[in-house]
Unconditional design. Structure first.
Length: 192
């Protein structure tokens, strides 16, 4: 029991990891715990649009663990262009440490879910990636491109970074977003 309690208390630190996007109607930036919660609900809601049947419980579990490494590494904006190999190695070390707080069987289960998400080879992982890439887009589309403008993120970089994983994991969602991104471009909601 103490190992589980220690793990859960360590996870509380995810609430202090600040991201680059603001929640709708708020002046502060979202945190990674809020992001994971919203992703889990998005994936659950989008399940009927998965291109193949997916185990939604597995998808939700992946989404709840996928950013835990940020407790040690902090968040990197999804549109960053460099340093991903180093970033992923640091996150792997972080999740091994954090999941290592749990009894071994639980630690291995969570690490396997984290790795499945990272590999993006299963239908569930691709669907989870689609949700993960979509949330910052949805928030920016409803915040007049707030983080795109603040961080100098171009339309081309957004489409290149989020388009392929959303298309692979939930084509219907990409069809929805692609039109809205083009409209946002016309509105000038992207950085230089």
């Amino acid at each position: 029991m103490q190992q589980i309690v220690d793990f859960i208390l360590e996870l509380d630190k995810l609430k202090s990891v600040t991201r680059k996007t603001r929640p709708l109607g708020l002046d502060r930036y979202e945190n990674s715990a809020e992001h994971s919660w919203q992703l889990a609900l998005l994936a659950t809601s989008l399940a009927p649009y998965a291109p193949a049947p997916v185990d939604v419980d597995r998808v939700v579990a992946m989404l709840l663990v996928h950013d835990i490494g940020e407790i040690d590494t902090g968040d990197t904006i999804v549109y960053a262009e460099h340093g991903w190999a180093e970033r992923k190695a640091a996150e792997r070390a972080a999740v091994e440490r954090i999941f290592g707080l749990l009894p071994d069987a639980q630690a291995q289960r969570f690490l396997a879910l984290w790795q499945e998400f990272e590999d993006a080879e299963s239908a569930e992982a691709r669907f989870a990636h689609a949700a993960d890439r979509a949330i910052p887009v949805l928030l920016n589309l409803n915040n007049e491109g707030q983080s795109w403008r603040e961080n100098g993120i171009s339309y081309e970089r957004v489409v290149a970074r989020v388009g392929p994983p959303i298309q692979a994991g939930c084509p219907a969602l990409w069809n929805y977003l692609e039109i809205r991104l083009a409209d946002a471009r016309g509105q000038g909601w992207f950085g230089a």
